[in-house]
Design a protein around this ligand. Structure first.
Ligand code: AP5
Ligand code: MG
Length: 247
């Protein structure tokens, strides 16, 4: 199943995606991370987009859609993607639809993490990320310690766009260009609102429960679609005598 984790900057999209990939066979696709790695290794693209990101504006749809195409077209990623921070404009929504259709996939659910603006600011200002294991922490709310983080402290970094000025721009961009696309997913019946102001574990528990239900329903559908022969094989094993009766 493919899903989208949606929400303003600092909503917890990356945090929840990290938890999900540890428990489900899913791959996180964070366009923010992909773009930051282009900046880190100073590719031509990285040099072009650095100031855009540091100003809290959006990188062009073409650039982002090209990165996404590479991921969706890879058979290893078939139907197991968590989109974190993508799509962010209506043009990205249409591009994603088109790409998923081309590769015979769809979005099963969109989780919208609703978080108040003042909470977002505190979360973003306190964020530190480990550049080695990619875990996300918060010096005020979720500090790294010897129990939750095994890498050396020197790997912990702040993001260059995590400052009070940029966060206001990022939030403004979110409200103006990104939030409106929720309407699209709501009309499609795919949108699920989650209170993102709660504790990390509480939010995760809700998302996990919902995904487990979807997974069970997919399983039931699979059983329904397949003939009895395969059903017995699933229950008793592929070479069971129930599948191949002696007479
Ligand atoms: P991106 O990296 O996607 O940034 P963002 O959308 O602004 O979201 P963040 O990563 O800041 O927040 P998050 O929701 O992941 O929160 P996190 O889990 O880290 O994009 C960066 C930039 O790249 C954009 O501004 C744009 O320029 C460009 N870009 C990216 N995608 C693009 C696209 N599709 N099109 C065009 N341009 C694009 O948590 C935040 C903090 O809060 C952490 O410290 C965490 O520990 C803490 N925390 C999380 N949840 C909780 C909780 N429940 N309680 C307490 N603390 C919590
Ligand atoms: Mg993030």
């Amino acid at each position: 199943m493919n899903l989208i984790i949606f929400g303003p900057p600092g909503a917890g999209k990356g945090t929840q995606s990290n938890n999900l990939i540890n428990n489900f066979d899913l791959k996180q696709v964070s366009t923010g991370n992909l773009l930051r790695s282009e900046i880190k290794i100073q590719t031509d693209l990285g040099k072009k987009i650095e100031s855009i990101i540091n100003n809290g504006e959006l990188v062009s749809d073409d650039v982002v859609n090209t990165l996404i195409r590479k991921i969706i077209s890879d058979p290893k990623n078939f139907n197991r993607l968590i989109f974190d921070g993508y799509p962010r404009t209506i043009s990205q929504v249409y591009s994603l639809e088109k790409l998923l259709k081309e590769f015979n996939q769809k979005i099963s659910i969109v989780f919208n993490l609703n978080v108040d603006k003042d909470i977002v600011s505190k979360r973003v200002n306190g964020r530190v990320i480990c550049t080695r294991c990619f875990r996300i922490f918060n010096v005020y709310l979720n500090p790294p310690n010897s129990k939750n983080h095994k890498c050396e402290k020197k790997y912990l970094e702040k993001r260059t766009d995590d400052n009070s000025k940029t966060i206001l721009n990022r939030y403004g961009t979110y409200v103006a260009k990104t939030k409106p696309i929720l309407d699209y997913y709501s009309k499609k019946g795919l949108l699920l609102e989650i209170d993102g102001n709660q504790k990390i574990a509480e939010i995760y528990g809700k998302i996990k429960g919902i995904l487990e239900n979807i997974r069970d329903w997919h399983y039931v559908y699979f059983l329904y679609k397949f003939p009895l022969k395969n059903l017995t094989s699933l229950i008793y094993g592929p070479y069971s005598r129930y599948q191949y009766p002696s007479k």
